[in-house]
Design a protein around this ligand. Structure first.
Ligand code: CA
Length: 235
């Protein structure tokens, strides 16, 4: 029976991890469904979209990256990926795959629950709040209502967190934001988390925006936005 609690889909083939994660989530008040492989996960999402998906990278049939890609073709449902390897991180949260966040195994289940809560807290209100706001910075235009970034009028695709990170920095022009501040504002962590997440996203934004990327590293502190250059006219 639906109680109105957010429902989390846990996709993990290792039964011990799946039940352990489910237990912590249920204790935190969530409804939980589980899937043991990628195919079942895709079916579960089609049947009824959950509020959030915890998706293990290593699955017996389709791997987590492929599952995430397929879900992203039709849905913005928040996805938190579990991975055993650090080197997957760039791929996981990049646009190609499009997960919202990741955790490296072994993880603290309390932290997992904290992240699930913060992702859910952020998703809905943030999108409403941002309606209709637009920032112009040189050749760069970022439109929060339409979730659209353009450089000289050409749209650049950013993953959700890349978009929010860029917005947060532009919205605080003139200030330096520390990695912890960015984690808290963009990811909603209220404790010092893995600040490497911030660096990975900054790198992706710089790569995608090229010369139009306005983000400056302030060594030992964090990031800020460079002054806007005068907009050039598109050829
Ligand atoms: Ca697994």
């Amino acid at each position: 029976m639906s109680s109105g609690s957010p429902e989390i889909l846990v996709v993990e083939d290792e039964a011990s991890i799946a039940s352990f994660v489910s237990l912590y989530l249920k204790n935190a008040g969530f409804e939980v469904r589980t899937a043991e492989n990628g195919t079942d996960a895709l079916t579960a999402v089609q049947t009824r979209e959950p509020s959030l998906i915890i998706l293990d990278l290593m699955l017996p049939d389709l791997d987590g990256l492929e599952v995430c890609r397929r879900i992203r073709q039709n849905s913005d449902v928040p996805i938190l990926m579990l991975t055993a390897r650090d080197e997957d991180v760039d791929k996981i949260i990049g646009l190609e795959v499009g997960a919202d966040d990741y955790m490296t195994k072994p993880f603290n289940p309390r932290e997992l629950v904290a992240r699930v809560k913060s992702i859910l807290r952020r998703v809905a209100p943030e999108r409403r709040e941002a309606q209709g706001e637009r920032i112009v910075h040189g050749d760069l235009v970022i439109d929060a209502g339409r979730r659209e970034v353009t450089v000289k009028g050409v749209e650049v695709q950013l993953a959700p967190k890349e978009f929010e990170l860029l917005w947060e920095l532009l919205d605080h022009r003139g200030l330096v934001l520390t990695r912890d501040q960015l984690l808290e504002r963009v990811w909603g962590y209220t404790f010092a988390g893995d600040t490497r997440t911030v660096d990975v996203h900054v790198r992706q934004v710089r790569r995608k925006l090229g010369e139009a990327a306005p983000i400056v590293t302030v060594w030992g502190v964090g990031y800020k936005v460079s002054p806007a250059r005068e907009a050039t006219t598109a050829p």
